[in-house]
Ligand binder design. Structure first.
Ligand code: 3H9
Length: 734
């Protein structure tokens, strides 16, 4: 018998050993440093016993193993190649030893077998799984490649094609999918799992199953036809590389590793894998993507904890206004099983809201994410209404009427009288101050902002905005609703633009200044897209709507006249004056239309170019002088300094939440991990000296106190924690 903290082994009288993972203080089993060490000791125990005839590996938890501990990545990866290799060698040695035990080894796999969890079972002789299994090698999604033998054993077990697909995509697969391609050997119910696995083990012990030849196959070079292999790899490398793009090198590297290692014995193949892993682990993508996992877990944990603190649960919601946002909220609520009243003042509005919901549901059916017979059931959860009847029974209301303060104030005042005194009232305003809106309410403590992003069903972020008088219960209930809708809730403090729009508009201002200096919007879009944004600023403004942008810029200018003066949006105002509203009337920076095949088109508008020309500064030669790097910095510095100010003013709680808000709300490039992660990557010194170069462009280009302090101390955002003393005194870095 062996007893560790996370692993236990029992040996029965008939010589069957059972090794069980049960990692302490964690809801799922993971290979943290302690568990890896324990596994080594457990194997030592197994190697030392002469009476063992077979080994069954399983889990005491509802999930098998979710892989390596991602929290340990950044600290280890930052220590350089030797430490990374050490991390690889420990588990590789463990898994190789499992593959060499003098008796058969069968894994009984339930729940999840991901990353290192999947790699460990590939080292076992047979894999029996329960129906609920999700198995896969998601490493490339974290910017790395499998490092514990995944690229070596999977092709030898399931063939090159399956290995390339699984590893390059990083997807999870079901038990039946895994069985079909031969990654696992049998699927049973959860209850039968142990006995079925035991049965397979007994067959191995009785020499009825050829476990030794399986081991041989996993350790030998792959058998293949050279010409076919070369052709296959050439095609799939081109495909994988194109799909992942230049900023995400891991998928292509993984395929190259499989190719290079195909002709080699296991141990040499593992060396090739390790070498490539070390290289990938030191990329910006790996640091950012594994950082995103850690930030996301932290964010979700906090949101779930907050949600638990709500006085009551939400069984019914209501939304006011059946426009794009209101309709989106109604759809999302109904989809997530929370009945919702959808109120509008016009029947036509309600009809539109419902037909949009219907369209989205049909799309889900087409993608295989919903059975067509369930459409009606979901739609029935939306109760359209022209009046307030039944509003006294709802637990939460989202106001999503037109973005005009007088309309919102009147509607909020009206609905407050119709709802239960305990119900929570929220506004989906994107710019209007929550404290201002609260002034007209009798129960401002039950009121806060709930800012969704467009399109509601697709954008993960919900900003929950705390006003001065908002109670903890209002925040907790709103966060609970956001979590129930499947959204990422980030609580921020009230200020013009809240968090995301407050930092987006300085970015747009940086864009306007570039236009005035003669840089073409098409070039700026291309440069920023190359930098990683899903769309450049001109295209984004067209999507947002130039009317909405000008309105929001006005709010920001009133709030922060020094940094965000009105003239910063004068070019956009001029386009709007020419009735160029963006995508909504197909005329913005670009003209939008459809080609002969009905595909949407986007072409640079001559009219827009002429209007912008009128706003150019005298010096028209700037375009030639502005390098790509300068364009990026001139766009990003105002966003970064404003985000830093938000942190200093406690608008957002911490660096991780600030970065995640931009990722989830704006589609900030994931491989850069967020604005603060980007600054850490290029170094605060580089950022500050670039900002100095552009200080003549205005206040938004001035670095903040925190930035200056980091520069002086040589620290980074993620290695420091920031606190502001309650009296608003000095800001210091721990
Ligand atoms: C790898 O293995 C690389 C190797 O090839 C080589 C390495 C050198 N690390 O999400 P949940 C925690 S790469 C750390 O709420 P769910 C999670 O933080 C790894 N922590 O549950 C949470 O903690 P807490 C490849 C992890 O049911 C708790 O478990 N593996 C890890 O919604 C529950 O998680 C992956 O990429 C981890 N690997 O989803 C899988 N996994 O209780 C990443 C989980 O304190 N994990 N935790 O809040 C997942 O995708 C999901 O967590 C999973 C469960 C699908 C497993």
């Amino acid at each position: 018998m062996y007893t560790g903290e996370n692993i236990g082994i029992t040996v029965s009288d008939n010589g069957i050993a059972e090794l069980t993972f049960d990692v302490q203080n964690s809801r799922v089993n993971i290979f943290n440093a302690q568990t890896v060490d324990e596994l080594s000791r457990a194997i030592e125990f197994l190697e030392s016993q002469s009476n063992i005839k077979g080994l069954l590996i399983g889990s005491a938890k509802a999930a098998f193993i979710a892989g390596a501990d991602i929290n340990e990545f950044a600290p280890i990866f930052s220590q350089g190649p030797d430490k990374i290799l050490e991390l690889l060698q420990k588990s590789n040695s463990n898994f190789n030893r499992i593959e060499s035990l003098p008796f058969p080894v069968v894994a009984a796999i339930n729940g999840f077998a991901l990353g290192g969890g999947c790699e460990m079972v590939l080292a076992c002789d047979y894999r029996m799984v329960s129906e609920d299994l999700r198995i896969g090698l998601p490493e490339t999604r974290l910017g790395i490649i499998p490092g514990w033998g995944g690229t070596v054993r999977l092709p030898r077990i399931a063939g090159i094609e399956t290995a390339v697909e699984w590893i390059a995509s990083g997807k999870e697969y079901s038990a039946t999918q895994a069985l079909k391609v031969g990654v696992v050997d049998g699927v049973t119910s959860v209850n039968q799992l142990n006995s079925s696995a035991m049965d397979v083990l007994q067959q191995c012990i009785d020499n009825k199953l050829p476990y030794l030849s399986r081991r041989q196959q996993k350790q030998s070079p792959l058998r293949h036809n050279d010409i076919e292999k070369n052709m296959a790899f050439m095609t799939c490398k081109a495909m994988v590389g194109a799909q992942a793009g230049q900023h995400y090198p891991a998928p292509l590297t993984a395929v190259t590793v499989i190719e290079k290692a195909a002709d080699l014995h296991r141990d040499k193949a593992l060396l090739i894998e390790s070498e490539a892993f070390v290289e990938m682990a030191q990329t910006q993508a790996a640091l950012s993507l594994s950082g995103i996992f850690v930030n996301d877990q932290q964010l979700m944990k906090k949101a779930k904890q907050l949600a638990k603190e709500a006085n009551s649960s939400i069984s019914k919601a209501a939304v006011l206004g059946a426009g794009i946002m209101g309709g989106g909220v109604a759809y999302q609520s109904a989809l997530k099983n929370i009945p919702i009243k959808l109120k509008d003042v016009q029947q036509a509005g309600l009809d539109l809201g419902l037909s949009e919901a219907n369209k989205l549901l049909n799309k889900r059916v087409k993608r295989g994410r919903l059975d067509s017979e369930n459409i009606g059931e979901v739609l029935n959860r939306i109760e359209p209404s022209l009046e307030y009847s039944g509003f006294d029974k709802v637990d939460i209301v989202v106001e999503a009427v037109v973005e005009k303060s007088e309309v919102k104030t009147a509607v909020l005042k009206e609905v407050e009288e119709k709802i239960h005194p305990e119900a929570i009232l929220t506004s989906n305003t994107s710019t209007i101050s929550i404290d201002f809106l609260a002034q007209s309410l009798q129960r401002p403590e039950n009121f806060c902002g709930m800012h969704f992003f467009n399109p509601v069903h697709a954008m993960p972020l919900v900003e929950v905005i705390r006003g001065d008088k908002t109670s903890d219960n209002a925040i907790a209930t709103t966060v609970a609703y956001a979590v129930a809708l499947g959204k990422k809730a980030i609580v921020v403090k009230d200020c013009p633009g809240f968090l995301v729009n407050r930092v987006l508009f300085p970015y747009f201002a940086g864009f306007s200044l570039l236009l005035c200096d003669g840089v073409s919007f098409e070039r700026i879009d291309k440069v920023m897209e190359k930098w990683g944004w899903p769309m450049g600023p001109a295209h984004l403004l067209d999507v947002v709507g130039l009317d909405t942008a000008v309105h929001a810029s006005g709010v920001m200018a009133d709030g922060f006249p020094e940094r965000m003066p009105r003239e910063n949006s004068s070019v956009i105002q001029a386009l709007l004056d020419a009735q160029r509203l963006g995508q909504k009337n197909q005329k913005g920076f670009y003209d939008y239309g459809t080609d002969k095949k009905g595909k949407p088109t986007k072409t640079v508008s001559d009219e827009a170019l002429e209007i912008i020309q009128l706003h150019r500064n005298d010096d028209n030669t700037e375009e030639n002088r502005c390098s790509e790097e300068e364009i990026v910095f001139r766009m990003m510095i105002p966003m970064a300094t404003e985000l830093s100010r938000c942190l200093e003013e406690n608008i957002v709680d911490n660096v991780a939440e600030a970065d995640m808000a931009l990722l989830y709300g704006l589609g900030f490039p994931p491989f850069r991990g967020g604005v603060f992660r980007w600054i850490d990557d290029i170094g605060i010194e580089c950022f500050c000296s670039m900002a100095e170069q552009f200080q003549h462009l205005g206040e938004s280009y001035r670095t903040t106190d925190t930035m200056k302090q980091l520069r002086n101390t040589g620290a980074s955002y993620y290695s420091s924690s920031f606190t502001q003393s309650n009296d608003g005194g000095d800001l210091y870095v721990n």
